[in-house]
Design a protein around this ligand. Structure first.
Ligand code: NAD
Length: 479
């Protein structure tokens, strides 16, 4: 942010609302509630020169932060979590209004809670020097040093939580961070950074809100050692190319099209609720949500009926109305993708169990909860990422064929197997091409468990000790 853009923040009394502290004095880009169209606030927009200035400040702050030591950084993680918890309701309210997700269900309050939980978990892991060889003749120890400045680029679906996934391990390992939020959800990330900076030293975490060209500069900047990127596979490819000139380290968390496979011994009623939320968490706008469900002939009708019952009882509406657990799509582009894919499935003869009709006159970017049965495995609703509240349910009679179809796409983020027999499910899991396979759950990310993609869903791991190593430079010392 440029100096005049941060004037409001500097003028803000400690009691000022987060929004008052981040909005520019004048100008800025109007952000609207995707559910109602109401003005949420005005987001500052940085230029490429602001990004350069932020990187320079992060470069200057990094040696001091690295020298502060691991204990200081560990305590900073807990202090940051405390600061988030102290303003949790204000953060959740802003997130709900800007992103659209309801306060309740696995949505805004859940996301803010996850930010604090991930910070605390990141404090508890550590990377100790490792003795690699000690045979009386040769000695070798592997240390992990900070990389320098980490650039963080994130999406609009879980803007606060994914920012913490990028910021927390980077800071913990002694790096400083320059973060560029998505242009759809800048206020949420700026508010989060404002809260984190109330406890972090000057210069270790800087947010630069701006459009794609700011992100493009960050991924080319010679003083940025690593990019942590979460977003679409298409943008990921652009960043990989841009980062090539300076050989930046990269963590690429990209798009997915996760398959869930129900085995013929599963109990349809027992699994319905977990399958539903595995697919519809954040109204389907989740990288590792289930985006296609394969069900055997013998259970097909029962699984469809059980899912329909859950779907009928999950209210969708404006985020701040407490009863709602599903919300709008965050933006019109994403809503139109869902409209197109469901329309194509209907035109090809698929059977809509619920939803499937979009009212273009209705306010907000809503699309109803939609279950689509008897859809062809090659239909675009199955093979493209819908990223919204529409689940195709594909019938199968041969498990080998279902596994083959699950593996047929070029992406492989998550996947799941549903069965009464965990050993049988594990055998199927071993045959799936994905970064994670869950059994009798889907999308259950956990700060203790490394998370990352297979194939074109990206590379690199987040979370736990694996995640800390990804934001460090291995350094072998041998004598
Ligand atoms: P996106 O790729 O459109 O945008 C992501 C970010 O990249 C934004 O901040 C955007 O401003 C920035 N950007 C755009 N062009 C750029 C460029 N040339 N250089 C640098 N940065 C640039 O993705 P999105 O629409 O915000 O997010 C949805 C996608 O993200 C889905 O495909 C989803 O599956 C994926 N996603 C993946 C994960 C994961 O962990 N694997 C998590 C969440 C979302």
């Amino acid at each position: 942010m440029s100096p005049d853009q941060t004037a409001a923040r500097d003028a803000g009394a400690p009691s000022a609302s987060l929004l008052e502290r981040i909005e520019p004095v004048e100008g800025g880009r109007a952000m609207h509630d995707p559910a109602t169209g109401e003005l949420v606030g005005r987001a500052p927009e940085a230029a490429v020169e602001d990004l350069d200035a932020a990187v320079a400040r992060a470069v200057a702050a990094q040696p001091g932060w690295a020298a502060a030591g691991d204990d200081v950084r560990r305590r900073a993680m807990h202090a940051a979590a405390d600061a988030i918890e102290a303003r949790a309701e204000e953060l959740a309210d802003l997130l709900s209004r800007e992103q659209g997700k309801p306060l309740n269900g696995p949505n805004a309050r859940f996301e803010v809670g996850a930010c604090a939980a991930w910070l605390r978990a990141t404090a508890e892991f550590s990377v100790e020097p490792e003795v690699i060889v000690d045979d009386g003749t040769d000695h070798a120890e592997l240390h992990h040093r900070p990389l320098g400045v980490v650039g963080a680029i994130g999406p609009w679906n879980w803007p606060m939580m994914i920012s913490v996934w990028q910021i927390a391990p980077s800071l913990r390992m002694g790096n400083t961070v320059v973060i560029k939020p998505s242009g759809y959800t800048p206020l949420s990330v700026l508010a989060l950074v404002e809260v984190l900076n109330s406890v972090l030293p000057e210069g270790v975490l800087l947010a630069v809100p701006g459009r794609g060209e700011v992100g493009a500069r960050l991924s080319r900047h010679p003083d940025v050692a690593k990019i942590m990127f979460t977003g679409s596979t298409e943008t990921g490819r652009t960043i990989v190319k841009a980062a090539g000139d300076t050989l930046k380290r990269l963590t690429m968390e990209l798009g997915g099209n996760d398959a869930g496979i129900v085995l013929d011994d599963a109990d349809p009623q027992a699994i319905a609720e977990d399958i539903f939320w595995g697919a519809f968490i954040n109204t389907g706008q989740t990288c590792a949500a289930m985006k296609r469900l394969y069900v055997p002939d013998s259970l097909y009708d029962q699984v469809c009926e059980s899912l329909l019952e859950v779907a009928k009882n999950a209210p969708m509406g404006v985020g701040r109305e407490e009863q709602n657990v599903l919300g709008p799509l965050q933006n019109a582009v994403q809503r139109d993708i869902v409209v197109r894919l469901v329309d194509e499935a209907k035109a090809a003869g698929a059977r809509v169990l619920i939803g499937g009709e979009h009212d273009p006159e209705a306010p907000g970017f809503f699309y109803p909860t939609t279950l689509v049965a008897d859809v062809d495995p090659q239909n675009p609703l199955v093979i493209e990422e819908q990223f919204g509240p529409a689940l195709p349910i594909i019938r199968y009679s041969d498990l080998d064929e279902a596994i083959e179809q699950a593996n047929a796409l070029e992406v492989g983020l998550g996947s799941s197997v549903w069965s009464a027999d965990v050993d049988r499910a594990r055998e199927v899991a071993a045959r799936l091409e994905a970064g994670t396979t869950w059994i009798n759950k889907h999308g259950a990310v956990d700060p203790r468990m490394p998370f990352g993609g297979a194939k074109q869903s990206g590379y690199g791991l987040e979370f736990g000790e694996h995640g800390l190593k990804e934001v460090s430079q291995p350094h072998l010392i041998s004598w």
